[in-house]
Design a protein around this ligand. Structure first.
Ligand code: ADP
Ligand code: MG
Length: 686
């Protein structure tokens, strides 16, 4: 149960004064549903203003506060022309306060002629005249003081204004009380960080690095602590030690020799499986690095030891593909592999359920349906989860908590993430890395093409399809729910469908799963030549005949994401091409990122570079790409503070009494504050 003292922070945003149904939606869109979310809704930046006595003291482009006296109104000649208020400063300079749109009435009211006002805004020049476009604030002299000279700028959504959100944040901060310190005292002193409440207040008031760092550290520490608790709890569990004799693996007739990385990973897994404590291991390997065969060898260890293994895929299509691949690989070994999905009905379903309970099925491949209540195993001792990133820690826990004995767990991911982030996302696991590609891979010819050349691109696509090959066309989608992006994808689909007379299918996140699967299957069978998709194809689909990929607005994707998408092609014998369409205005960093895609196919390198390139200024701009793992901590802060948080969490648990004692109690508050309380629950043996 959440400690009582935190309850006010978890009250609904709707309980705040002035939050009606109209505000609820825009707040929800920003994820601000509770008071807690508001206090952690930190400004993107601050406008720093300088108070000047007259405009001679200010420079063009500067944010200023100055006293001006309106002298004359100038309505525009046409409806489109702006409304101008000519105003004079103390030195006799004239400045035009410029309003676009239908703001004339409002401006007249705010700025009566002959009465001095404090004006806050950015000083610009228009031709020969000085101007301030849409002043941020207009205040009466002698009346309410003009806010502060340093004003936070918050991330907004439609229907919210800076003033509105600032007022709500202030209200929310009113609910913040002091909390006991959870940061290790030595570190706290060394960093000269403010206490929690102080840090929150400061972070909303100005660019206080120490405050921002402290809050970021809190988030990282909560994460590390939770993962560590999971790891510890897992260590205390009992699994089935599995020792294979190699008899089945010897019968495998693989058409290739294992790479060094594969052999090493298999050995690491074998070592874990032989232990009583259940394995919790992550197999990280780029698309095409050969994770499947590693999973198979590991599952065969379990089968050799007389147990069953299960492989969990995130989608039904992937489950089918895995089932087909594995079945082919084990031909002649006598190993039985079944496919079990939520769609199985009647007799087929019954017979699989029987096989699982009587042990005649050795390996079960399927979607999460394989963990439903009704599914019982004779002796399930090992679970492989493919494409790990689709599952959160919570789900990971659910899966491994079935039964008296905890199955060993191997998670596989193709998402190349930098080492520091691996620690953040999978800190509870041991890691094996497939950092070596099987030999003989053809590089994918990657080109960056300006979007003006769309005509050429479609021409190339036409030739490609006429030659009997297939292709992907990827449209950007920042979040699964972005309706504009869906509309754009649908429009592109309609256009391409006309052009290619119906040989086209569409897949995006808002389609029903059956429809999505049906489209994917048409494409996989080669009936559809072109697949138009948003990023849903990211996860492991294998269609070797698809050798061309076009990615629209490539600059909107993260490098890691682009890399994963590109990994869908280059799977067959034919040479593959990836065309990255880019918009006409690109930032320097965006340019550099696309160039990197052209130059390297190494996912881990791309991930590290992505982190480096985004570490600086572009971070805020790319937060939308949805792959930033934390809300508060920036990539820079993660790189700097996460290793410290990780060590600190370990020390707290292993040396300083865990969640008991004074600091332990404080740490418990932290876990609830960041909703990592599954860590606490585990402690209770839940
Ligand atoms: P992923 O890591 O993306 O799951 P897969 O397991 O699907 O990769 O393997 C990609 C392809 O590489 C498959 O066709 C597989 O048979 C092949 N492959 C795997 N290991 C090797 C190897 N050591 N040498 C040659 N080809 C391999
Ligand atoms: Mg795979």
């Amino acid at each position: 149960m959440r400690p009582d003292r935190l309850n006010p922070l978890f009250a609904e945003t709707a309980s705040l004064k002035g939050v009606g149904p109209g505000l609820q939606r825009p707040l929800e869109k920003l994820g601000l549903t509770r008071v807690r979310d508001l206090i952690y809704h930190l400004p993107d930046r601050f406008v720093q203003r300088r108070a000047v006595a007259n405009l001679d003291e200010a420079s063009i482009g500067e944010q200023i506060v100055v006293a001006l006296t309106p002298r004359e109104y100038r309505a525009g000649g046409s409806a489109r022309a702006p409304f101008r208020v000519q105003a004079e400063d103390a030195a006799g300079n004239i400045c035009s306060l410029t309003y676009f749109g239908r703001n004339a009435g409002w401006a007249r009211k705010q700025l009566p002629l002959g009465e001095a006002r404090w004006i806050a805004g950015r000083l610009d020049q228009f031709g020969q005249t000085l101007q301030i476009v849409h002043p941020d604030h207009v205040a009466e002299q002698g009346g309410a003081a003009l806010g502060t000279l340093c004003e936070p700028i918050y991330p907004l959504s439609d229907g919210l204004t800076q003033g509105r959100i600032a007022a709500l944040v202030t209200q929310a901060l009113g609910h913040v009380t002091d909390l006991p310190e959870w940061i290790e005292p030595g570190l706290f002193d060394r960093m000269k960080w403010p206490a929690w409440r102080e840090a929150l207040l400061e972070a909303h008031q100005g660019e206080h690095k120490a405050a921002r760092d402290r809050l970021a550290y809190d988030e990282l520490l909560a994460n590390s602590l939770a993962l560590m608790l999971v790891k510890n709890a897992n260590r205390a569990r009992i699994g089935t030690p599995l020792q294979g004799d190699g008899r089945l693996r010897a019968k495998l007739s693989l058409p290739f020799a294992l790479t060094g990385a594969q052999a090493r990973s298999i050995a690491e897994i074998e070592g874990d499986l032989a232990q009583t404590a259940p394995m919790l291991r992550l197999l990280q390997g780029d698309v095409g690095s050969g994770k499947t065969v590693v999973a198979l060898e590991a599952m065969l260890v379990a089968v050799e030891a007389g147990a069953q293994a299960a492989l969990l895929a995130p989608t039904e299509i992937l489950a089918r593909q895995h089932h087909a691949t594995l079945t082919r690989m084990v031909a002649g070994t006598g190993v039985t592999i079944a496919l079990f999905t939520g769609r199985d009905k009647g007799r087929a379903r019954e017979s699989i359920l029987m096989g699982l309970i009587d042990g005649s099925i050795d390996i079960c491949v399927g979607t999460h349906a394989i963990f439903q209540e009704a599914v019982a195993y004779k002796n399930l001792a090992f679970v492989v989860i493919d494409e790990q990133h689709r599952f959160g820690v919570g789900q990971r826990l659910m899966l491994t908590q079935k039964g008296k004995r905890t199955p060993h767990c191997l998670a596989m991911t193709a998402t190349p993430i930098p080492r520091t982030l691996t620690l953040a996302q999978y800190g509870e696991m041991d890691v094996s890395r497939l950092d070596e590609m099987p030999p003989g891979r053809q590089p994918i010819d990657t080109r960056v093409v300006a979007v003006e050349r769309m005509g050429d691109v479609i021409g190339a696509l036409a030739r490609h399809l006429e030659a009997g090959q297939q292709a992907y066309w990827v449209c950007p989608m920042v979040r699964e729910s972005e309706t504009d992006d869906i509309a754009a994808a649908e429009a592109r689909f309609a256009e391409l469908q006309v052009r290619f007379s119906g040989d086209v299918v569409l897949v995006h996140g808002q389609l029903r799963p059956e429809i999505k699967d049906a489209a994917m299957e048409r494409f996989a069978r080669g009936e559809a030549k072109l697949l138009v998709a948003t990023t849903v194809i990211e996860v492991g689909v294998d269609v070797p005949n698809a050798t061309l990929m076009v990615i629209e607005q490539a600059e909107r994707f993260g490098l890691a994401q682009l890399h994963q998408l590109r990994g869908r092609v280059g799977r067959g014998a034919e040479k593959s091409t990836c065309l990255l369409l880019r918009g006409d205005t690109l930032s320097e960093t965006a340019r550099e990122r696309l160039a990197l895609m052209r130059e390297t196919q190494d996912g881990f390198l791309l991930a590290e570079e992505d982190l480096r390139l985004r570490g600086g200024g572009e971070l805020l701009g790319t937060r939308q790409s949805g792959d930033a793992p934390f809300r508060i901590a920036s990539l820079e802060q993660i790189a700097e503070l996460l290793p410290i948080a990780h060590d600190d969490a370990r020390l707290l648990i292993e040396r300083d009494g865990g969640l008991t004692g004074e600091r332990g109690e404080a740490a418990r508050l932290l876990l609830y504050l960041f909703e990592r309380d599954y860590g606490v629950q585990l402690l209770r043996g839940g």
